[in-house]
Design a protein around this ligand. Structure first.
Ligand code: FES
Ligand SMILES: [Fe+2]
Length: 455
């Protein structure tokens, strides 16, 4: 859309040109009226700007501490479209290292995961410690007698930190601390992941698969789109694997947080005594609710749970119940999911089923199976969603649609529904009375446009 107007002379977006700024101002005006240009779902220049402006500036999820428990453990990860090694070094510190040799850029690590103290580049054999420092090269005494070795380590993310076991990295040296970036989301992360000292772990390696849609469709769905469930997922009700979808839609609501983060809250779906976010007694009895604050305990005692969230830009959570076959008791499951951009027309979906370290193995197995049944490459929910998100790139590339088509984000605006602030909410953020509103989605897009417009 703006290629012809690119004027910064760098081939990149060191400074966004006027046309992009104008477009983003229009996006913000449109959002105030509940509209959005479909261009945002398929534009190469917007995509490039997202990589430059969002993925190098925001804290981005890169994994769970349980994936690299011991010194030497590593996994390959992405920030935007850049590949990194997430490693626990010999001192036990977590490092995020760009997986490109500083000699001629070859990837120094070609396994998806493993354990090693060093990475040896396959091209000329330079060697790096798992902390990123340069550690040697073949024929060093002949070839590199005066090399400034301190200068030639692997490129490191300047900031890596974790909260409740979730590891994030930020490529911006001037980043705010992770806790400040997450803000009030920490309150809800304590509830989802911090119910006891042992916490949760990734049940295995993340599932990964390509989806022919724009990454933002996933992020904005999980930040607030409970409305689609009655339509996109209605076949699950039809075959008896989900309860009355209209009923759950009528009892869920949103919480909007600063920073583009947002959640969908649900009352417990299973009957007593499954009172702690639908966990059965043998799991709930392992929780130590004294770790939580009074408001967080009130949240749980009110039989509320988090069913989904998005942390800006591209980490989401699903926490729901599923029966994997008719007649089998439903079980609660939790999964982290990440929308990894792969160009403007497709993304890679990464999915981490999570289980409790304190729970009986039988529960964790059933929970894992429920998770995979619903949300995974073969997940029955997942396929409903990924099919409908294909429309984004289609309309985003349509010459006709790009003339003046707007997508509708008006639910909840101007008396269109009963969507109001919920009084006396015990937690941080703005809670709503229902999910018949798209305020969380509009806020997510507002944050997106501000991030793209910032210098
Ligand atoms: S590219 Fe890595 S040693 Fe040359
Ligand atoms: Fe869905």
């Amino acid at each position: 859309m703006v290629s012809a107007d690119r004027q910064d002379g760098t081939g990149g977006y060191g400074s966004l040109n006027g046309t992009m700024q104008t477009f983003l101002s229009e996006v913000q005006k449109d959002l105030a009226q509940g509209m959005l240009s479909p261009r945002v779902l398929n534009d190469p220049d917007i995509h490039r700007a997202e990589l430059d402006r969002i993925f190098t500036k925001c804290w981005v999820f890169v994994g769970h501490v349980s994936e690299i428990p011991s010194p030497g453990d590593y996994v390959l990860r992405y920030v935007g479209e850049d590949q990194f090694i997430l490693a626990r070094d010999e001192q036990g510190e977590i490092q995020l290292l760009l997986n490109n040799c500083v000699h001629r850029a070859s990837p120094v690590c070609r396994a998806e995961k493993g354990n090693t103290s060093h990475f040896r580049c396959p091209y000329h054999g330079w060697i790096y410690k798992n902390s990123g420092e340069w550690n040697g090269a073949p024929y060093r005494a002949k070839a590199y007698r005066t090399l400034d070795t301190a200068r030639w380590g692997l490129r490191k993310a300047p900031h890596v930190d974790s909260y409740q076991g979730l590891v994030f990295a930020c490529l911006d040296p001037d980043a705010v601390p992770l806790r400040e970036y997450l803000g009030d989301m920490c309150w809800y992360l304590d509830i989802v992941f911090g119910l006891n000292e042992q916490g949760m772990r990734a049940a295995g390696d993340p599932h990964r698969w390509i989806v022919p849609a724009n990454w933002k469709s996933g992020a904005e769905n999980f930040v607030g789109d409970a409305y689609h469930v009655q339509s996109a997922h209605s076949s699950l009700e039809d075959i008896g694997l989900l309860p009355d979808l209209g009923e759950s839609l009528s009892t869920q609501f949103h919480v909007a947080l600063e920073g583009g983060h947002g959640l969908i809250i649900t009352p417990n779906l299973l009957p007593e005594p499954l009172w702690v976010m639908d966990y059965p007694p043998e799991v709930a009895s392992t929780f130590d609710l004294a770790r939580l604050g009074a408001g967080q305990r009130e949240f749980l005692e009110s039989r509320y749970g988090v069913v989904g969230f998005t942390i800006f830009p591209n980490l989401s959570l699903i926490r729901a119940v599923a029966s994997t076959e008719r007649g089998r008791p439903p079980v609660c499951f939790t999964a982290l999911r990440q929308w990894q951009p792969r160009g403007p027309e497709q993304f890679e979906l990464w999915n981490w089923p999570m289980v409790w370290n304190s729970a009986p193995p039988e529960f964790n197995q059933a929970s894992y199976e429920g998770s995979v049944f619903g949300f995974s490459p073969s997940g029955v929910f997942e396929q409903d969603d990924t099919v409908v998100w294909r429309g984004g790139p289609m309309v985003g590339r349509s010459a006709f649609a790009r003339q003046d088509m707007k997508l509708n984000f008006q639910m909840g605006l101007d008396g269109m529904s009963d969507y109001k602030p919920r009084p006396d909410w015990m937690g941080p953020g703005e809670a709503s009375t229902s999910v018949y509103g798209e305020s969380n989605q509009r806020r997510w897009w507002q944050r997106w446009s501000e991030a793209l417009a910032s210098s």
